[in-house]
Design a protein around this ligand. Structure first.
Ligand code: ADP
Ligand code: MG
Length: 388
């Protein structure tokens, strides 16, 4: 067991890393953050911020010398970085698990190899792969295998010709071509797994996206009573199986599509997940504290959710007068949100708002799921988020 006042290392300085730093501090640990951005949200509150690239071996040596163990808050850490650090100190999750989650080809192949439910797809390395793709895959979504997020690096394509044009636009980068599914809804499960294989998953949440970016999470998911129990507990079991097959240690997010009542795994995130922010306010233990516990070899806590919760993301466009990214730049009027009972606002301390950038979120909690949803959507409208 790694116990306080040990120092923990975090690769990445975004909001997920920032919440990890807070959780670790609360528990008596120190945290060093590695992130090249001098303004990174986690770096601002870390005990030490190494402002360096993820492949700066001088910085990695410093991290290895100063920390008892290291983890990550984003999937695009180079596998070599994790392997290198792993020679000196415990690294969780391991490079092999992160490698699967950071490449859509490896991810889909992993799901197929392990008999885990996924939508129809084809691996695209070259134009001829697109020409020979089954017609039944269209209409489809072409996604670059690496470095896509928040809907970036994706194109919706009606047929092979459109797919070819999109593939050229992506400069021939390796891709997956996924059949466009008719979604009933989207779910996600966040879990933590320890080195001994013990696993604790939070109840599944329901995710609503806007422009390819997570907008609202309703937790637990409020599906029609007829299917709720079955689908959401099945999602937990599938997510747990994925963690086991990956030999995963840490906090993992698994996204699902529900189509005609059936579950398909969409993607995995080898880190805490945006849809698990509500665990800070609505559960006995947060996904970030579980990440600390798994990293340090402490017993995982029972992930009981004590309140219904709805989380709303606050994106950069809110900082502009028209609410869409144009006009005067100004701080939103937070007093509007603080007036809402049961609402907690979290701002990440990012120094400049860009449209689509995740700047903060709020969570509304309470006893009655319908009332919580109504209050959260009311607050969302009041702060100026509009559905166009
Ligand atoms: P990201 O890494 O940007 O989250 P995702 O693969 O999760 O990438 O895609 C973002 C969103 O786009 C999904 O949450 C879903 O709403 C939509 N989407 C992606 N793939 C499909 C698909 N095959 N069929 C229908 N909708 C999809
Ligand atoms: Mg996603």
């Amino acid at each position: 067991m790694i116990l306080p006042p040990a120092t923990l290392g975090m690769l990445g300085g975004g909001q997920l890393g920032r919440f990890f730093v807070s959780a670790a501090h609360e528990m008596g640990y120190k945290v060093w953050v590695l992130d090249p951005d001098p303004h990174s949200p986690a770096g601002l509150i870390a005990d030490r911020h190494l402002v360096a690239a993820y492949d700066d071996y001088g910085a990695l040596d410093a991290l290895a010398a100063g920390c008892a163990a290291v983890t990550t808050e984003f999937e695009n850490v180079p596998a070599d970085t994790l392997d290198y650090l792993g020679k000196f100190i415990p690294v969780h999750p391991a490079a092999s698990a992160v490698a699967v989650c950071q490449n859509r080809i490896a991810e889909k192949t992993f799901l197929a190899d392990h008999g885990l439910p996924h939508g129809p797809f084809a691996v695209i390395h070259a134009e001829h792969d697109l020409r020979s793709a089954p017609a039944a895959l269209f209409p489809a979504v072409l996604k670059v295998a690496r470095f896509g997020y928040d809907g970036k690096g994706q194109a919706r394509v009606a047929d092979a010709d459109e797919a070819l044009a999109a593939f050229q636009h992506f400069k021939g980068e390796p891709c997956v071509l996924e059949k466009m599914l008719a979604l009933d809804c989207e779910l996600s499960v966040v879990l933590a797994r320890d080195e001994a294989g013990g696993v604790c998953s939070f109840p599944a949440g329901e995710n609503r996206h806007r422009n390819g970016i997570l907008d609202v999470t309703v937790a637990p998911a409020q599906l029609a009573a007829s299917e709720a129990g079955g689908v959401t507990t099945d999602a937990q079991r599938i997510a747990e199986r994925i963690a086991e097959r990956l030999g995963y240690v840490g906090t993992l997010g698994v996204e699902f599509f529900v189509c005609a009542g059936e579950l398909f795994v969409n993607e995995m995130a080898p880190r805490p997940h945006n849809s698990g922010h509500h665990t800070l306010d609505a559960c006995d233990v947060s996904q970030y504290e579980q990440q600390v516990r798994a990293l340090c070899g402490l017993p995982l806590a029972a992930p009981r959710q004590h309140s219904a919760a709805v989380m709303v993301n606050l994106l950069g466009e809110l900082w502009y007068a028209d609410g869409k990214g144009h006009g005067a730049y100004r701080e939103p009027d937070w007093s509007v949100l603080h007036a809402v009972p049961g609402l907690r606002l979290h701002l990440y301390g990012k120094h400049h708002a860009r449209p689509g950038r995740k700047m903060g979120h709020f969570t509304v909690t309470g006893d009655d799921p319908a009332a919580v949803l109504e209050r959260a959507l009311g607050a969302r409208a009041a702060i100026g988020i509009r559905d166009e």
